[in-house]
Design a protein around this ligand. Structure first.
Ligand code: PEP
Length: 252
């Protein structure tokens, strides 16, 4: 399966930075043997989508409302993201779950709304440091998956340990491999055979220096990248690492 390299710009990017990053991707990402996605702030989706139209890099949002329209001041529907030029949306990011108290049930409703609006959802799950120290990571992530994903889920899952986001720390490769194996088994038990085909991204302090070892692990179908996606050379270097993983070994 082709790797997906997805950038989450979070609340970063005025017009100048957004246009510059999008321009770099337009020039640097074509021809790479991986899928490329950037998720700018909502105000920049249209600008970025316009620059990237016809290129290899897709555009996504960072959240959407579960309802189609109505009295929800400040919110955006999935159809609005689509209309602005997005074809993907990140849902249930730990910063949304933390800052806005989003529950699994809300993430599930948003996921259903996204698919109805023809957006591919990336649903984020992951344990806190206290939960990992207590050995509760499988119980936490398993519960998030079962309660956040509709039975007919069509999309991508991102495993993002909360304690690895923006901290420069990552789990060991053994721990990432074990969690991705657990997520695969849970997806199959929750979704049936369709669970076998769901891409599972790793997210949390992915950088050019650790991308290859993380992307090479079994069941790691790509990466969701925060900080490093704001530096064009770093984001492209991670995409190149994904490509090196995808390439068959050279014949000797
Ligand atoms: C994220 O917020 O999705 C993320 C993975 O951030 P960072 O790469 O900065 O840890």
């Amino acid at each position: 399966m082709r790797k997906l390299i997805a950038g989450n710009w979070k609340m970063n990017g005025l017009t100048e930075l957004s246009a510059s990053l999008a321009g770099s991707l337009r020039r640097g990402a074509d021809g790479l043997d991986c899928d490329m996605l950037v998720c700018p702030p909502a105000t920049m989706i249209s600008t970025v989508a316009h620059i990237l139209v016809g290129s290899a890099t897709m555009v996504g949002g960072q959240d959407c409302h579960a309802k189609v329209s109505g009295a929800h001041t400040g919110d955006l529907s999935a159809a609005m993201l689509r209309d602005a030029g997005a074809s993907w949306v990140i849902l249930g990011h730990s910063e949304r779950r933390g800052d806005h108290g989003e529950t699994d049930a809300e993430v599930k409703a948003k996921t259903e709304a996204a698919v109805k609006a023809d957006l591919t959802p990336i649903v984020c799950v992951g344990e806190t440091e206290a939960q990992r120290v207590a050995g509760e990571q499988n119980a936490v992530v398993g519960s998030q998956l079962v309660h956040s994903l509709p039975k007919e889920f069509q999309g991508v899952v991102a495993y993002e340990p909360v304690w690895a986001i923006g901290t420069g720390r990552t789990p060991s490769t053994d721990d990432v491999a074990a969690m991705h194996g657990f997520i695969r088994a849970t997806l199959i038990s929750h979704l049936g055979a369709a669970g076998q085909g769901v891409r599972i991204l790793y997210g949390g302090s992915v950088k050019p220096s650790n991308a290859k070892e993380l992307l090479h692990l079994p069941e790691v179908g790509g990466a969701l990248i925060g900080g490093a996606s704001l530096v064009d050379a770093d984001f492209l270097a991670i995409a190149h690492a994904a490509q090196m993983v995808a390439e068959p070994p050279a014949a000797s």
